[in-house]
Design a protein around this ligand. Structure first.
Ligand code: GLU
Ligand code: MG
Length: 631
């Protein structure tokens, strides 16, 4: 989850004093990087995935699953056995927000050849086996997006009581501070978000009303000092800590583009897919022991790190703050970056005008300048005493500080200073899937999509306000089957993204955006599989691309298997993880149609998940019957 510095973290009052310093030097650091590498061309395609894991203990005797808070030890062991002794080790391990989480990536990025697609699943399998091999007996590694009983009494091992009234980090009624990674970055972020906001974060997720769910559904919290009672909405599952969001797992993909303009083009194009692919990957229906009415984690994380003050949220007139800010730091993107995107930038973009001007004066084009000036309306949230004064020519920590706490659906990543890494974009909305097969399928699907977009110079752009509407629809229960999404009809006919420098292209794009002509509402099935007379479908496009590529038989077979999964998920022939979990719970003998996930239900569900993930049990309704490739 971003930059990890060592040292003494500053509290919010101190951090705030340095906010302008961090922004000022962050911008200088960005400009230094930009000026050095803006003309870099011909970087080759490289890409990599990130899988986040939870560590859990299956207590078969008591039929209970707990999250094990030993991520730090597991991580250290993995690093000692891996990257620390072998620079070519095939896996890399990083900390994540929860002390029950770790994150694994391939040791080296994948390259641009088709045969690399045949190694993804193998590498994910290696990660799973490698990490599993250092766990204690009865412990296991889960790739689930949200732990159904996160925040319920005794959900961790060892068990800890939350400390709402004492000097806690989260001050949560439900989520103990011990479940936060002990690296100071994570607790500092948590505390400073709360302090900056002026109150605890508030997460309200609509509850799924089943036959016996109390109506209205209203909870009473015995340890509440009044804050929860004010914040909790009726008929919602109330949560009050960063851990409820950042303690969830996802699947991300990062691409290195050949140039800055290609990166900007990809950033924009992929942004339109974020809601679609998120709904396709929906895997998080349960929160704090209840069945919710959402299938995806996005809104929960968004609220869990929302550090905006009441003024910034528009609840009070601006007095002490500079900006009215429309979204949380964790949210969908607010502006397109490529020349093709400019005419679709139709949402209000709050930006720091001084920074914007400074960037324009330094020769940065309008679209990039406003993007950076928008990210930089935020304050730094965690700062280390030892890291205040930096060498702006050779370091980028202040830039990264702001950049890496803008957790948007897409991230545009300048190269680190003095590295041979190129301009990159990160695709961030996907929920993590149960098996390596599914995770590989989603990752390969996205990477192939970028190949097709670049090769055929496709244009999927629609107004950003429509992408935002799609984001809302995408998270709802069963959005995959029931949701309708704005999508472009003719993707061959848009702006021709001849990766021109934006400065020349700024005046060149004149055609009017005409509602109802360029885009229309489609189901995910139509978008993915196509529908006569409406849209040709992504999978048919990818198949066409594949037919024209030299691919060895084995790799082709692997890819087709992946695309089959995506195709069948989109058509509803296979379930999403979210739907599958819902059905499991609904049919569970202990389930009382009251939206409650008991320890026993949780245990049976995750036991089954674990067996499926380990290949001990099949799950055709979720995964189909992929040919076992003996990997
Ligand atoms: N776990 C977060 C999510 O589910 C992402 C954290 C990160 O940026 O690595 O979106
Ligand atoms: Mg991560």
């Amino acid at each position: 989850m971003g930059l990890l510095s060592q040292g003494s973290p500053l509290d919010w009052e101190q951090t705030k004093k340095h906010a302008d310093h961090v922004r000022k030097h962050g911008i200088l650091q960005f400009l230094n990087i930009y000026n050095k590498v803006k003309d870099r061309q011909k970087d080759v395609l490289k890409w990599g995935d990130e899988v986040e894991f939870m560590l859990a203990e299956m207590d078969d005797k008591n039929e209970k699953v707990q999250l094990v808070l030993n991520g730090k030890d597991v991580l250290e062991t993995l690093q000692e056995k891996g990257e620390n002794i072998n620079p070519n080790h095939p896996t890399l391990w990083r900390p994540e927000y929860g002390s029950y989480m770790i994150e694994g990536t391939p040791g080296q990025p994948y390259g641009g050849t088709m045969s690399e697609f045949n190694t993804v699943e193998d590498n994910m399998g290696k990660r799973r086996r490698e990490a599993s091999s250092v766990l204690n007996k009865d412990e296991t590694l889960l790739t689930i997006t949200s732990f159904p009983r996160l925040g319920c009494p005794g959900f961790t091992k060892p068990e800890y009581k939350p400390t709402p009234v004492e000097k806690g980090v989260s001050k949560s009624l439900f989520f103990p501070d011990e479940a936060i990674n002990s690296h100071p970055r994570f607790s500092t972020l948590t505390r400073n978000i709360r302090h900056r906001r002026g109150e605890k974060v508030v997460i309200n997720v609509q509850i799924f009303k089943d036959k016996n769910t109390p109506s209205p559904f209203v909870e009473v919290f015995p340890e509440d000092d009044g804050e929860a009672a004010r914040a909790a909405l009726p008929n919602h599952i109330y949560m009050d800590a960063m851990g409820f969001g950042m303690g969830n797992c996802c699947l991300q993909v990062t691409f290195q583009a050949c140039s800055i303009n290609e990166a900007r083009y990809l950033y924009d194009q992929l942004a339109t897919f974020c809601p679609i692919v998120m709904a396709l990957s929906a895997a998080s229906p349960f929160y704090r022991g209840y069945v919710s009415d959402n299938d995806c984690r996005w809104g929960v994380i968004s609220a869990s790190v929302d550090d905006r003050t009441r003024e910034e949220r528009g609840l009070e007139p601006l007095k002490n703050n500079k900006f009215r800010i429309h979204k949380s730091r964790y949210d969908s993107i607010d502006s397109y970056l490529s020349c093709c995107g400019e005419k679709y930038n139709d949402i209000e973009l709050t930006k720091d005008e001084d920074i914007y001007k400074q960037l324009l004066d330094a020769g940065i084009d309008k679209l990039l300048a406003q993007h950076i000036a928008h990210l930089f309306i935020r304050d730094p949230l965690s700062l280390f005493q030892e890291k205040i004064h930096l060498d702006d020519d050779n370091e980028s920590d202040h830039f990264e500080n702001i950049q890496s706490t803008n957790w948007q659906t897409m991230r545009f990543k300048p190269p680190p200073p003095n590295s041979d890494i190129g301009w990159r974009v990160e695709f961030r909305p996907m929920e993590v899937q149960l098996t390596d097969f599914e995770n590989s399928a989603y990752v390969v699907f996205i990477v192939l999509l970028t190949r097709v977009i670049l090769s055929y110079k496709l244009d999927f752009l629609i107004p950003l306000s429509k992408v935002d509407e799609n984001m809302k629809v995408a998270q709802k229960r069963n959005a995959l089957r029931e949701g309708m999404f704005y999508f472009r009809k003719d993707v061959f006919k848009g702006c021709n993204p001849v990766l021109d420098p934006p400065s020349t292209a700024l005046n060149g794009v004149e055609s009017e955006v005409n509602d109802g002509e360029e885009f229309t509402l489609m189901s995910i099935d139509t978008i993915v599989n196509g529908k006569e007379g409406v849209f040709q479908g992504l999978i048919p496009m990818l198949n066409c691309y594949l037919e024209n590529m030299e691919v060895d038989v084995d790799t082709r077979c692997t890819i087709l298997n992946y695309l089959k999964l995506i195709k069948k998920r989109a058509s509803g022939e296979l379930m999403t993880m979210a739907k599958w979990m819902r059905e499991f719970v609904a049919k569970h003998p202990e389930y009382k149609q009251d939206s409650v996930i008991t320890d026993k239900i949780n245990y049976d569900l995750l036991r089954k998940c674990d067996r499926i993930a380990k290949g001990e049990e099949k799950c055709p309704e979720l995964i189909g019957d992929p040919v076992n490739r003996g990997k």
